[in-house]
Design a protein around this ligand. Structure first.
Ligand SMILES: NC(=O)c1ccc[n+]([C@@H]2O[C@H](COP(=O)([O-])OP(=O)(O)OC[C@H]3O[C@@H](n4cnc5c(N)ncnc54)[C@H](OP(=O)(O)O)[C@@H]3O)[C@@H](O)[C@H]2O)c1
Length: 337
């Protein structure tokens, strides 16, 4: 079977296709014939040296995949040959606190990921893909969609009448827009230009702010859009360069959910600004297996269609990474295996 690996972690030139032995499922494991893989920013961050955690060279990249169970090992009860499945981002997080092994288990940075024709994993590391979703759609759910779901499901979960602020039009943010609308919230979304703004409006965003025109978008959201109140939740994917404006935009008692690290600049956080905001700051790491199961159910019941920017052929995997790097995409980039 064929598998991509980042032979080194310097540039996208290090992405190489290898012919490898077909893995065989052992007791409790399933062999998945992979049909589609979706990309997340971290898959790019790892190879560009921008990832915030440890990362090893030589691994198969990508955490998110959909496929068909092609064989099962002894004692597998959860799945049978022919079942459609998607990967769980954290293969060994089943609830409670995130396991201490999360970094070493992380696909593409600590362990082999899914950008291959086949993969063997524990039966606990995949969940069923409903028939209503295609493999391409299913492959978008494990990281970005679960992250958006976890962001909106804090101690005070988002519900009808709440206000959610999303940043940009990447994978996590677009799912956050869709899920927040499905929950009945008002969505305020920032973006870089008019074409992406139109896409956000079409997806149901109630207010769109172009951050290239409104550079003080945190104040704008608080004063103009929410009448001085602030938002209930910020889905903070930007990182160091956006977090101060997110703190400005959030209401007292609201949540800034720390997710991403897209921005290069790191001006630091003003302690008194944070303290006086009376905001709750929560840092998340995607979500556990029950969160994935809940998310799949929510997407299916709410009729949410994942927004797929472009589908690339397996042989064109590098072009898919280039598209992600360009940041011209809206939603998810998928590789058809
Ligand atoms: N902690 C977690 O659990 C978790 C889980 C998933 C992702 N993440 C992180 O969350 C962030 C978003 O992930 P993603 O996969 O949704 O990313 P993505 O699809 O690559 O999103 C990129 C989009 O973000 C916007 N953006 C704003 N500022 C940017 C900048 N300085 N550089 C590049 N893009 C910028 C752009 O949209 P506009 O042009 O519309 O502004 C861009 O298209 C990443 O840092 C990722 O690693 C964390």
């Amino acid at each position: 079977m064929r598998a991509y690996r980042f032979d080194a972690l310097n540039s996208l030139d290090d992405l190489a296709l290898h012919d490898e032995a077909m893995p065989q499922p052992q007791r409790g494991e399933v062999l998945v014939k992979i049909e589609a893989v979706s990309l997340n920013y971290r898959d790019l961050a790892v190879v560009l040296g921008k990832y915030v955690g440890p990362a090893d060279a030589g691994l198969i990249p990508c955490s998110d995949a959909a496929g068909v169970v092609a064989a099962v090992g002894e004692g597998v009860r959860a799945f049978k040959v022919g079942d459609r499945v998607i990967s769980a981002f954290h293969p060994r997080w089943f609830g409670g606190r995130i396991p201490l092994t999360a970094a070493q288990d992380a696909y593409g940075s600590g362990a082999d990921g899914w950008l291959a024709e086949c993969k063997v994993v524990s039966q606990e590391a995949v969940v069923r893909l409903p028939d209503s979703l295609s493999f391409e759609e299913g492959s978008t759910l494990p990281c970005a969609a679960v992250t958006a779901w976890t962001a909106l499901s804090g101690a005070a979960p988002i519900r009808a009448g709440n206000t959610v602020l999303t940043l940009g039009t990447g994978g996590v943010s677009i799912f956050a827009v869709q899920l927040a609308k499905a929950l009945g919230a008002t969505v305020i979304a920032t973006t870089s230009g008019p074409a992406k703004a139109e896409r956000l409006v079409a997806l149901g965003a109630d207010h769109v702010v172009n951050y290239n025109e409104v550079t003080e978008w945190g104040h704008h959201v608080r004063r103009q859009v929410t009448g001085g109140v602030g938002v209930d939740c910020v889905v903070e994917v930007g990182g160091p360069a956006t977090v101060n404006q997110s703190i400005t935009a959030v209401r007292a008692g609201g949540e800034v959910v720390l997710i991403g690290f897209l921005s290069e600049e790191n001006p630091g956080i003003d302690y008194f600004h944070l303290k006086n905001s009376r905001a709750v700051v929560r840092s998340i790491g995607v979500g556990d297996r029950p969160a994935l199961e809940d998310l799949v159910r929510a997407v299916t019941r709410a009729g949410i269609r994942p927004v797929i920017d472009q589908v690339f052929a397996f042989d064109d995997a590098r072009a898919a990474f280039e598209r992600l790097k360009s940041a011209a995409h809206v939603g998810k980039i998928v590789i058809k295996v």
